[in-house]
Every structure is written in structure tokens, then in C-alpha cells.
Design a protein around this ligand. Structure first.
Ligand SMILES: Cc1ncc(C[n+]2csc(CCOP(=O)(O)OP(=O)(O)O)c2C)c(N)n1
Ligand SMILES: [Mg+2]
Length: 1003
């Protein structure tokens, strides 16, 4: 029965209405309730409310009263009608709410998301009114839907509507070109915020001006690709055709973000559509884009320097640009260079944004925002996606929300979605977070712009991640010279018949009459002409002095420019001051008893100037760098305490549970977070990428990632291979990131012994046979030392003394360039009685014995030697020089002392393995003219540094005219498949053997 067919009923006063209900459903319970209400309204106020709310017709007594009042005042046109209310049963109310809820939760499964219309999704029965017992006859009946505390469709103030109208609105809202997934968000405030925007009573229309803007941007997007396709028929460009709406979407997103306070955006993205984004979003000059197509060098010229690295293909290059927005603001956009490895750039971009937020004081994270683009296959398949999402709200890693844009062309190279994921959507992994996911049909340009704007609003309002799944197709093959019909024949038949998104939109505008034909054509003609002009201009385009280093990096040197290394010692006064500051605990703080003792011992080291251990050396390095104004950030699993309980950078009050971080209080006026130490999530790949991104933003920071044990670093191998070791050569981006990899054979089995230094050494870009040119006149300003390190891709060190650790950390910042440092850090040396350094070795004033105690020692000479000149006095009695690296030295030294062989065997520690310290090795060879050379290591022969040092030792001997053995004598474990034995006894025996062999002059 249609209620609307009846004459409009008289409004019923609230009191009468209530009586009516009570009579109709009278029960002793209700009477009791009413009695209680009368005697003490407060005590049952809520009960009444919920009674009316859930048991009657989903409306509170107050709301009914309000609605009637409003009707009486003539403010609402469609008042609650008494007839509708009395016709609507409790059951119907509940079913209606379930149905609305079903649309909110599952409507997206029925949304029109696939432009090709090929998706075969089963009908969702929960979206069918029949499922709730509604029939054709109910369609024109009026219903009331409102509930409490819910914005949008089910808001209390909703007018009565017919079921037909309700269904139409639900389908339009939830099953149109946009599929909203947000009901998994547990925070009701956020959920309601979104619901209000999604379910707004009337669909918001774009004005003619806005439509023209969308058309213009879509025209650029489409015509850029077709222009390239015409001009460079055989080139790979990984075109965006099929998802062209990405460009108007991104531009709208950026405009809206800027209006809401974003000043700088860092973009990480893969191959697909990258050139289009570079040209049309970033506004990289079209001439430059075209010139790179022609294969011209993408060199960023610097004054006095033509360093261009080894380069990269055009669809991996980054750029940055300041772009005006529609409302007249400026926004800085930077697109990170990235490798082919899909999704690897995600956390790098996030880390860079976090750094920008730190340096600009953007504590609210409003002004700096990351946008990450993804492919559908990669987003579902690559585990790093989850690692990045998981970092979203971690206190020291959050960037206040990342906007994820999935360019979903429904295929990954040749693989169909059903073979690349186990979930309905490629974005389902993101539902691990309380973040919305918007799916949108890429053929509906206005819907695309709408959700991109909504994503911007979400991020700025809630500072959380948001995901857009832009569902389109891929018009050509994986790249333009690939044949898609081999593997997706039906899809590509449909694509061939399918109009491009620009034509779809042009047709829509013409159909609805909002833009005249001439204007549509004028836009196309303009774009065509500008593309043509840029193409002509590219022929004599000269790359400009570019963006090789951002403003923070002014004055830093490229690998071709001469730079100096400064001493890294610190005046004793400052050292002591810092030493006391980092060992001081606040009044009333109760540390754990053992840690109290550690801190007392550290203080004692400062008092006496003796016995500085590893943990204290590190604190002194951090503290002195902070005192010099630098930023220090240490991140990794359990780094606050330190895996081996040696750091205790963060102390926990045993009574209050509060924490105290002494390094945050080194000097008066220290900036908040100038020292940052944070336990990370249990990720290597994601976290290392993040720290790398952080490190490239500003050179005046010591950024460190520490692996729990060195072997876990292989989980982050992609970052090592694709970014850290080669980023400077490929993209001219320097990083001074320090990686600490605990390493050392302590009999703990295969998994915790080796940081796999052989791999890091193998990636050093040094020629083992090429001696660096030595310019002795520059020795003390470090001329050649600087250039040797400057021209290599990274440094690999394995320190044995706390002082050397201190200096190598400080050296990272006390130079005019930045270079990654891979440092094998010790485990048992953390507490080894001999691995201690006097404070004097940290100081600027060298001791008499040790004239070079003021800087990092790449080689530590035998304890019998003192002279550091290039031609030291000879020690002809020494029969053997045992070269080694790392903690095995202490075992060698102890055994040598036991055997009384100090006069016969010299022990030389290579603290820096790469770049190889040829000069110092040759100095030692000069010192021991009669000694044979032996290499000792704990690692198996196929691992460790043996295969790295062998040709370099041989080359050094050759250069000095010494007889060169076919192979360097080796004393270490034999080649093995596994890194170490799992049997303690075998380990001990192997260790004893390799030490004995090294000292056995008959071997
Ligand atoms: C880590 C990684 N594995 C494999 C590849 C090789 N590869 C390049 S593109 C591609 C398909 C990517 O599919 P999708 O993410 O859907 O992006 P689309 O190319 O469809 O835009 C693959 C497998 C790669 N680049 N990176
Ligand atoms: Mg794809």
C-alpha cells in the first residue's frame, strides 16, 4: 500500500504518539519503564531513547518531536508521517537497516568498476530487497531510516522516502562508478566522516569550469601518449592508455591537498604512466622528455663538474618541480628515481617525507605528504607493500598518511588477476589498516576526480593512509612493442572496440550539453600544437644545470670534485662534557639495577679517561655529533636497548615505567628529536628503505639502520643492490647511511654468525688491480684518502676498537661528500676486556705513542710498531704477517702471546676492507721485508673477506716488487654451504685450528 497515495495526515503531538505506541505494544515491562521514567527521568532517559530508537521505528523520541516541530514550523517538506510510522513494522525497520548496511559494506561488489565490463562478479544477494522480504508492492511505500549517531543516509534527520527512492540512492551511491570500502574502519568518528561525504543527500555536480579543467587535463594525458606513440613507434614507454584519468585525478588531488595545507609532495611510482606523470603532473619540460627519448644524456650539469654517473633508463629517472595550483598556491613536487624493482621505492619515499617533516618542523605532518603509485599486480604481490602499510602509524616512522594510487589495468605483464592474488581486489592488503579504499572506474573522469579529492581530504583530516584503486585497462601490451593477444585475446578484442577515456568524456559533455563542440576541439588543437612545438624544441634542447643536489646539499662534492677529510677527534673538554651528559640520569629516576651499574661504569670511563667500551664510544660519537649541530637517527629492531643489551639508549624507570633518553639531553637547547632512536617494526626491507630515504634529504644527519643480526640484512637485499650500492651512480643521489651488521663467529650456529660480508665486498666498484694514485703532499689533509672513498660506491668496515668505531661514525659527517657505510659490528667485543680504548684516542690531542689517534684507522698496525711514516724502520726478524679483520684479532693476539711469538708474527688488522687501504698495506709490507703474508678469517673460504683481499694483497706485493704467491696463504674455515656449523664442539675445534694455523710458521 502506498502511504503517499493517502491524504496528508494531521501531525500528532509527541505525547499522543507515545501513548499510541504504549497502547499498541503494551506490556508490563513498558509500564514499569514508564513508571521509572516518571519518578526519575534521568535514570531511564537512555532506555526510553533506545526503546524508541531500536524497537519502534529506528527513531528517538526527541527526534520525532523535533521532526514534528520542524514540520509545524514549515521547515521540512517531507515530515515524518504518522501513517508511515504506524505502517512500518519493527521487523521492517530492522530489515531496512540491514539492507542499507549491506550497501555500505558490500555495495562496492556490485559497483560498475570495470570500463570493459568484463568482470564476472557474482550477484550479491544482500543487495537485493527481496532478500529482506520486500516485494514489488513495497516499492512505493514510505519508510523512515534514521538512526542515532550516524551521518549520511541513516542520519536521524533523514526524511521519509519510498523504498524505490531509497534503493535508487543506495545504488547510485554505492554501486555506481565508485566502490567505497570503509566500513572496516573501527573508529566511528572517521567512519561517520566518510559516510557523511559519501552519502550526501544530493550528488555534487561539477561546474562547467571544473568540467573544462578535467577535460583539458584528460586531453593532455591522452594526447601525450598518442603523440609519443606516433613519434617513437618502437620505443618502450609503458603508456598510461586505459588509465588516462590518473592525470586529472592526480592534479585534482594535488590542488585539493595544497588548499588544505600541503606544501611539498614526494612521489614514488613505477614504470606505468611515469613519463606522463613527469610531463603532465610534475611538469618536467616536454622538450627534455622528448630529448631523452632521442637517447640524449640526461646529464645534470654542475658548475665545474660534468659528473653524470652511469645513468638509468628514462622511465626510472626522478625530478622535482615547483608547481602553481589552481587556487594560486605553490607546491613542491618531487618524483623519486627508482629501480625496476616494483614497490621498492615505497618506504624510501616515506622516509624522505619524514625527514622533510623533521627538518621543516612540520610536526603536524600537514605540509609534507607522500603519494605512492602502484600497479595492481605489484600491490597484491609484493610483500614490501604490507611492510610500508604497517609503518603507517608507528611513532617514529609515520608520515601522517600516505596516498596510495593503484593504476589497476587488470593485468600484470601477461598474468591475469586470478593468478596474481587470492583476494577479490588487488588492494585488499590495505584493509589491514584502518584506512579507506576507493575503487573507481577509470572511464568516469568526474568520478575519478571526485575520489582523488576525497582521498586528499581524508589524508589531511585524519593523517592516515588512503588507497585508490583506479580500474582501467591497458590498451597495448605490457610495453608498446609487446603483443597482448598472445595471452589475453578476449580482453584485447574488447579493448580494440573500446573508446578511449577522452572520447568517453567528450561524448558525455556533448551529450549533456555542458561544453560546446568547438570548445572541445579547441582544447585538442591547443594540446596538439604545444606537443608539436615541444617536439621541435627538443631537437636543440640543452639540459640545464639541474637538481643533482637539493639546497641542503649546496657545497657538497661530486665524486669528481676534490674534497678534504677532516680529523674526527674531539677536544677533551667537549668529550668530557658530552661524556658526563650522556651518563647523567634525572633526579628521582630509578633505572634497573644492572643498567644503573652500566651507567656508573660509563661515568667512570669519563672520570678516569680509561677503558671506554663500545657502547660508550657510540654514545660519545652520537653526543659529539649532536653537540656540533647534527641530527642523529638510529633505527632498527630493538635498537633502543640494543640486541646485545649493550646500548641502553633508552632507560625505563623501574617504578614509574617512564623512559629517559640521555642523548636527548646532551646540551642546553638541543632540538626535540635531534637525537632519535627507535625500535622499528620487524621489517628489514621496509625499514632500511625508509632510513635510506631519510638519509638522502639532508646531509647533516647521521642516519643508521642496525640489523638485529647481520644475516637478516638479506631481507633488505633489494635496497642494498638497487639503492644503497648504486643509487649515486645511477641517479646522482648521495647517501651517508650507516648500516650496522652484527657479525662474528661465536659458536651460535649458522644463523647468527655471519653478516655475509662477502656480498657487500663483492658489490664494491673497485678495481682490485688498480692502485689509487697517492699524492703524499696531501696526506695530512687526506687528499687521496678522500678521493679514494669518494670515487667508490660504498665503504665496508669491520672495527675492532671502540675508538675506531667512534671515528668511523664521525667521519661519515666530517667530510664534504656522503658515502654509505656498511659496518660489520661486533658481538663479543661489546664486553671484551681488551676491546677498550682510552679517552685520549677520541681526542683531538694525539698521544705521543699514537700520532694518528685523531682519526679513523683503516689499518691497525702490529703492537710492536709505532712509526706511521710511509717508509718506517724495518722489522726484518718478523717471519710472518698475519692480516685479519674483526674480532679474530683478539684470539690471534692471545694465542700469539701464549706461544711467545710476538717477535716472529705480526698481526695486522684491516679495519677498512673497502675501499682497500693499499697505501697502508704497502707501508706494512715495507716494514716487514722478510715476512710471508697470511690471511686469517673465521668465515668459510667462500665467504668472509678472503676472496676480496687476495688480489689486492697480491697487487700490493707486486707493486713493491715482492714475490707474489699464486694465492695468499689462507687460514680459516673451509668452503661451506652453510655459514657456520651448528655444533658447538665443531665450532671450537675449527676456531682453534684456524688460530693455530695462522701462527704456525711451518704451515
Ligand atoms: C620485483 C619485480 N619483479 C618483477 C618485475 C618484472 N615486471 C615488470 S612490470 C611487471 C608487471 C607489473 O604488473 P602491475 O603491477 O600490474 O603493473 P602494470 O605493468 O600492469 O602497470 C613485472 C612482473 C619487476 N619489475 N619487479
Ligand atoms: Mg597491471
Amino acid at each position: 500500500m502506498s502511504a503517499s497515495a493517502e491524504p496528508a495526515p494531521e501531525p500528532v503531538p509527541l505525547s499522543k504518539l507515545k501513548d499510541q505506541f504504549l497502547n499498541a505494544t503494551s506490556s508490563t515491562y513498558l509500564e514499569e519503564l514508564e513508571e521509572r521514567y516518571r519518578s526519575n527521568p534521568k535514570s531511564v532517559d537512555k532506555s526510553w531513547a533506545s526503546f524508541f530508537h531500536s524497537m519502534d521505528m529506528g527513531v528517538s523520541a526527541e527526534a520525532v518531536a523535533e521532526a514534528y516541530d520542524a514540520f509545524e514550523r514549515g521547515e521540512v517538506t517531507s515530515p515524518l508521517s504518522a501513517a508511515a510510522i504506524s505502517n512500518q513494522t519493527i521487523q521492517e525497520s530492522m530489515r531496512l537497516l540491514l539492507m542499507v548496511r549491506a550497501f555500505q559494506v558490500m555495495g562496492h561488489y556490485a559497483a560498475q568498476l570495470d570500463p570493459l565490463g568484463l568482470d564476472e562478479r557474482p550477484a550479491v544477494k544482500e543487495l537485493d530487497p527481496a532478500y529482506y522480504g520486500f516485494t514489488e508492492q513495497d516499492l512505493d511505500r514510505e519508510f523512515y531510516l534514521g538512526t542515532w549517531n550516524m551521518e549520511g543516509f541513516m542520519a536521524e534527520s533523514r526524511p521519509v522516502r519510498t523504498l524505490r527512492e531509497i534503493l535508487a540512492r543506495l545504488r547510485e551511491t554505492y554501486c555506481g562508478s565508485i566502490g567505497y570500502e570503509y566500513m572496516h574502519i573501527p573508529d566511528s568518528e572517521r567512519c561517520n566522516w566518510l559516510r557523511a561525504r559519501i552519502e550526501t543527500a544530493e550528488r555534487q555536480e561539477y561546474s562547467q569550469e571544473e568540467k573544462l579543467r578535467i577535460l583539458d587535463r584528460l586531453t593532455w594525458s591522452e594526447m601525450f601518449e598518442s603523440f609519443l606513440a606516433n613519434k617513437y613507434t618502437a620505443a618502450k614507454r609503458f603508456g598510461l592508455e586505459g588509465c588516462e584519468a590518473l592525470i586529472p585525478g592526480m592534479k585534482a588531488l594535488i590542488d585539493r591537498s595544497a588548499d588544505m595545507g600541503v606544501e611539498s609532495v614526494v612521489i614514488g611510482m613505477p614504470h606505468r604512466g611515469r613519463l606522463n606523470v613527469l610531463a603532465n603532473v610534475m611538469r618536467k619540460p616536454m622538450e627534455q622528455v622528448f630529448s631523452e627519448f632521442a637517447g640524449r644524456k640526461p646529464v645534470k650539469e654542475m658548475e665545474g663538474d660534468t659528473y653524470m654517473g652511469s645513468g638509468d633508463v628514462k622511465y626510472h629517472l626522478g625530478t622535482s618541480y615547483d608547481r602553481p595550483t589552481i587556487s594560486g598556491k605553490q607546491i613542491h613536487l618531487s618524483l623519486l628515481a627508482n629501480p625496476s624493482h616494483l614497490e621498492a621505492v615505497n618506504t624510501v619515499a616515506m622516509g624522505k617525507v619524514r625527514a622533510k617533516q623533521y627538518y621543516s618542523g612540520d610536526n603536524a605532518r600537514t605540509a609534507n605528504m607522500p603519494i605512492l603509485l602502484h600497479g595492481d599486480g605489484a600491490f597484491a604481490g609484493q610483500g614490501i607493500v604490507y611492510e610500508a602499510l604497517d609503518m603507517s602509524q608507528l611513532p617514529e616512522y609515520t608520515v601522517g598518511g600516505t596516498i596510495h594510487l593503484v593504476v589497476n589495468n587488470q593485468v600484470a605483464f601477461t598474468t591475469d588477476p586470478k593468478k596474481s592474488r587470492s583476494s577479490p581486489y588487488c588492494t585488499d592488503v590495505a584493509k589491514a589498516l584502518a584506512c579507506p579504499v576507493f575503487h573507481v572506474n577509470a572511464d568516469d573522469a568526474e568520478a575519478v576526480v571526485r575520489v582523488f579529492e576525497l582521498a586528499a581530504e581524508w589524508r589531511q583530516t585524519w593523517k592516515g593512509d588512503v588507497v585508490i584503486d583506479l580500474i582501467g585497462y591497458r590498451r597495448y601490451g605490457h610495453n608498446e612493442i609487446d603483443e597482448p593477444m598472445f595471452t589475453q585475446p578476449l580482453m584485447y578484442q574488447a579493448i580494440k572496440r573500446h573508446k578511449n577515456a577522452l572520447n568517453v568524456y567528450q561524448d558525455k559533455l556533448l551529450r549533456e550539453g555542458s561544453v560546446p563542440k568547438e570548445q572541445v576541439r579547441a582544447i585538442s588543437d591547443k594540446v596538439q600544437k604545444l606537443l608539436h612545438d615541444a617536439f621541435e624544441g627538443a631537437k636543440d634542447y640543452k639540459p640545464k644545470k639541474g637538481d643533482w643536489l637539493s639546497s641542503y646539499w649546496a657545497g657538497f662534492m661530486s665524486p669528481h670534485q676534490h674534497s678534504r677529510i677532516r680529523n674526527t677527534g674531539v677536544p677533551m673538554d667537549l668529550l668530557k662534557e658530552v661524556g658526563y651528559a650522556v651518563t647523567k640520569l634525572p633526579e628521582g629516576f630509578t633505572p634497573h639495577r644492572q643498567i644503573g651499574k652500566v651507567y656508573e661504569a660509563r661515568r667512570h670511563m669519563v672520570d678516569t679517561g680509561e677503558g671506554v667500551d663500545w657502547g660508550m664510544a657510540e654514545a660519545l660519537a652520537f653526543g659529539t655529533l649532536l653537540a656540533e649541530g647534527n641530527h642523529v637517527r638510529l633505527s632498527g629492531q630493538d635498537v633502543e636497548r640494543g640486541t646485545f643489551s649493550h646500548r641502553h639508549a633508552v632507560l625505563h624507570d623501574q617504578k614509574q615505567g617512564t623512559t629517559y633518553t640521555p642523548l636527548e639531553h646532551v646540551f642546553h637547547g638541543q632540538r626535540p628529536k635531534q637525537f632519535t632512536v627507535s625500535n622499528s617494526s620487524l621489517s628489514e626491507y621496509g625499514v632500511l628503505g625508509f632510513e635510506l630515504g631519510y638519509s638522502i634529504e639532508n646531509p647533516n644527519a647521521l642516519v643508521i639502520w642496525e640489523a638485529q643480526f647481520g644475516d637478516f640484512a638479506n631481507g633488505a637485499q633489494i635496497i642494498f643492490d638497487q639503492f644503497l650500492s648504486s643509487g649515486e651512480a645511477k641517479w646522482l643521489r648521495q647517501s651517508g647511511l650507516v648500516v650496522l651488521l652484527p657479525h662474528g663467529y661465536d659458536g651460535q650456529g649458522p644463523e647468527h654468525s655471519s653478516g655475509r660480508m662477502e656480498r657487500f665486498l663483492q658489490m664494491v666498484d673497485e678495481d682490485p688491480y688498480q692502485l689509487p694514485t697517492i699524492d703524499e703532499s696531501k696526506w695530512f689533509v687526506g687528499g687521496h684518502l678522500g678521493s679514494q672513498i669518494q670515487s667508490c660506491n660504498w665503504q665496508v668496515v669491520n672495527c675492532t676498537t671502540p675508538a675506531n668505531y667512534f671515528h668511523v661514525l664521525r667521519r661519515q659527517l666530517h667530510r664534504q661528500f656522503r658515502k654509505p657505510l656498511v659496518m660489520f659490528s661486533p658481538k663479543n667485543l661489546l664486553r671484551h676486556p681488551l676491546a677498550k680504548s682510552p679517552l685520549a684516542e677520541f681526542s683531538e690531542t694525539p698521544t705521543e705513542k699514537d700520532i694518528q689517534g685523531v682519526r679513523f684507522k683503516r689499518v691497525i698496525m702490529d703492537e710492536s710498531s709505532t712509526d706511521r711514516s710511509f717508509d718506517p724502520p724495518k722489522q726484518p726478524d718478523v717471519k710472518r704477517m698475519v692480516f685479519c679483520s674483526g674480532k679474530v684479532y683478539y684470539e690471534l693476539a692471545a694465542e700469539r702471546a701464549k706461544q711467545g711469538k710476538q717477535g716472529e708474527v705480526a698481526l695486522l688488522r684491516l679495519e677498512q676492507l673497502a675501499p682497500f687501504p693499499f697505501d697502508l698495506v704497502m707501508r706494512e709490507l715495507r716494514r716487514f721485508p722478510n715476512a710471508e703474508v697470511v690471511w686469517t678469517q673465521e668465515e668459510p673460504m667462500n665467504m668472509g673477506a678472503y676472496l676480496h683481499v687476495q688480489p689486492r694483497l697480491q697487487r700490493s706485493m707486486e707493486a713493491m716488487g715482492r714475490e707474489v704467491p699464486l694465492r695468499i696463504k689462507y687460514s680459516g674455515r673451509p668452503s661451506m654451504a652453510s655459514t657456520a656449523t651448528g655444533f658447538g664442539e665443531v665450532h671450537a675445534q675449527e676456531q682453534a685450528d684456524l688460530i693455530n694455523k695462522a701462527l704456525d710458521l711451518n704451515y
